[in-house]
Ligand binder design. Structure first.
Ligand SMILES: Nc1ncnc2c1ncn2[C@@H]1O[C@H](COP(=O)(O)OP(=O)(O)O)[C@@H](O)[C@H]1O
Ligand SMILES: [Mg+2]
Length: 577
């Protein structure tokens, strides 16, 4: 067991040390009481049965009831305090984890499977929950019980105890061996479980694709395969656990036989009372239970440590430094954008942008054109600093992006992505998304700019109309315009429209185009367009091919010059006219 996950958990438990302390106190009391019963056997045999003492019989019987009554009470408080502390710890961890994952760089997030990220928050956190609320305290309880019983047998007869001790190193060795095995098995099980979640998640997020390609059977096969692997991993873990527990039990029974053999002789020659022998063997028998439980709990604990380790690893992934430049440039920008020799790649050795140089003046309307995969969206993503250039600099108003407070910067950049995901909630909520206080006038103004006001107000519930998780009840054009309203409500200085109209038909496109033109007024705007007619009036058109700018100019200049742009235009609209 490495110490990192423990250290990690310890960091979170510190805040709840009072509750933990109480839990441990009650645990000590209840395990202390748990140790008593076999010793009462001795009294029954020696003090009651052999000496035929009715008074002692009453004492012993009342003691049994009192002991178990007290044990019930202390166990209740032990569990109560442990849960208060444990649940708080897990809640803190889960919230921290979520916060952290949300702030990780997009590069890191896209490099992971979403299902896997989810399984950290749900699966791993749930395992941790059962560990810190029950396994951990049960393990301590059993260890203390075991030690307590051991103390008693030592007290009853040290010679017999020494015999037992001879077996202990073997048990200890087996325990550590088992811990290692169990940890590996637990790790395996979790890994495969995350696989199941991820596979299902992917299939459901792409359910339309699955349906349209009729790949349900293939998806089922993938899911079944993930399940089978999880199943074998589980079986393996169970069998490891089972075999080890069995072997250890046999050892203990063996020890019991030895005790009977030597102990019986001692009773016969008078050095041990019958009651002592009975309680001694009683302890040995009772010790099997804590040892078995310790085995099981160690297994669970190892799984939990593996989960803690994965969560700790996730928390180690650096987050974006959104606050680190809180004192840096946080003023209103005017919207000049400069790229200086920008190179970028998502993965090593795969250059997506090559030596991009760019000068956009505030208020200009610039269009990016190029085939799919040329790198248009990537350029757009670099401006709000979703990704960092590999080399070169990006400046806004003459300041390197890295000098800006990231949140301030992003607040002043409006983005309408191609796939505009709307959140679950009302239209008003979606337009004002992320704004602290929702000002109805601003929402209406934004809706007006996005040319969607009339439509919203025609709905029976108006701005309070609920939209589904992905805005299913709205058409593509309507969603697009709501996304435009969402982008302009903050009055951004820079507006980025990434293929906002390419999935729409021509009639709807014209409507959205109108919304876009209104939205772009008075701001620096970057349009990425598939249909060239939508960018005819741009101040500057930049033609991108394979991560490089190959042409730049106005529509007329580019048509006159011939080349890639003129070819693309001719392909879309026939002869230039
Ligand atoms: N998150 C990503 N991870 C790895 N490669 C990516 C990622 N996004 C885009 N790419 C790759 O970068 C290149 C440029 O993509 P993109 O900027 O989306 O092009 P465009 O918007 O012009 O179609 C493509 O080859 C694409 O496969
Ligand atoms: Mg794109």
């Amino acid at each position: 067991m490495s110490d990192t996950p423990l250290k990690f958990l310890f960091g979170y438990t510190k805040r709840y040390w009072k509750k933990l302390f109480l839990a441990i106190l009650f645990m000590l009391a209840s395990s202390g009481l748990n140790v008593m019963p076999p010793y009462l056997f001795k009294s029954i045999v020696d003090d009651v049965l052999i000496s035929k003492n009715i008074f002692m019989l009453n004492v012993v019987c009342v003691s049994v009831i009192v002991i178990f009554g007290l044990k019930a009470v202390t166990t209740y408080f032990q569990r109560y305090f442990m849960n208060v502390a444990g649940q708080s710890v897990v809640m803190d961890i889960r919230i921290d984890l979520y916060d952290h994952m949300q702030r990780m760089s997009l590069q890191k997030i896209y490099a992971s499977r979403i299902g896997e990220l989810m399984s950290r928050i749900t699966g791993d956190a749930a395992i941790l929950q059962s560990i810190v609320t029950s396994t951990f305290i049960d393990l301590m309880f059993n260890i203390v019980t075991f030690l307590g019983m051991f103390a008693f047998i030592l007290y009853i007869n040290w010679r017999l105890t020494c015999l037992i001790i001879l077996v202990l190193p073997v048990v200890a060795f087996m325990l550590s061996f088992a811990a290692k095995k169990l940890r590996r098995a637990g790790h395996n099980v979790q890994e495969h479980l995350a696989d199941i979640t991820a596979t299902a998640q992917e299939a459901f997020s792409a359910i339309r694709v699955v349906r349209s390609f009729a790949t349900e059977d293939e998806e089922l096969e993938r899911f079944t395969k993930a399940n089978r692997e999880n199943y074998s991993a589980l079986l393996q873990a169970v069998s490891v656990q089972g075999i080890l527990a069995g072997v250890i039990e046999v050892f203990l029974i063996f020890a019991l036989a030895i005790v009977f053999w030597f102990g019986g002789r001692s009773v016969i020659n008078g050095t041990l009372t019958p009651g002592e022998l009975i309680s001694f063997t009683g302890y040995i028998a009772f010790m099997v239970q804590p040892i078995r439980s310790i085995m099981n709990e160690m297994g669970t604990l190892q799984t939990g440590m593996a989960s803690a380790e994965r969560i700790a690893d996730m928390l180690k992934i650096p987050v974006e430094d959104s606050e680190s430049h809180a004192g840096a440039v946080a003023k209103k920008i005017s919207g000049n954008i400069t790229f200086e020799h920008v190179f970028f790649s998502y993965e090593k050795d795969q250059e997506v942008l090559k030596d991009i140089n760019l000068e956009i003046e505030a208020g200009q309307n610039v269009a990016f054109v190029g085939s799919t995969g040329a790198g248009k969206s990537t350029i757009a993503d670099l401006i709000p600093r979703f990704y960092e250039p590999v080399s070169g600099r990006i400046l806004i108003d003459g300041h390197d992006l890295r000098e800006f407070n990231l949140k301030e910067l992003r607040r002043q950049i409006g983005i309408v992505p191609q796939e505009c995901v709307l959140m679950k909630g009302s239209i008003a909520f979606n337009i004002a998304y992320g704004l602290k206080d929702i000002d109805m006038n601003k929402i209406i103004e934004a809706a007006e700019i996005a040319d969607i006001r009339e439509f919203i107000e025609s709905l029976p519930n108006g701005y309070e109309t609920e939209i589904g998780e992905r805005g299913v009840t709205l058409s593509g054009g309507q969603r697009q315009r709501i996304a435009i309203a969402r982008a302009v409500i903050r009055d951004p200085r820079i507006l980025i429209l990434d293929e906002a109209t390419s999935s729409l038909d021509t009639a709807v496109e014209r409507q959205v185009q109108k919304a876009m033109n209104q939205a772009m007024k008075g701001r620096t705007s970057l349009i990425i367009a598939h249909r060239l007619s939508t960018i005819r009036d741009a101040d500057k058109i930049l033609v991108l091919e394979d991560g490089r700018f190959v042409q730049a100019g106005t529509h007329d200049e580019l048509i006159k010059a011939g080349g890639l742009y003129a070819d693309l235009w001719r392909m879309q609209y026939g002869d230039a006219s």
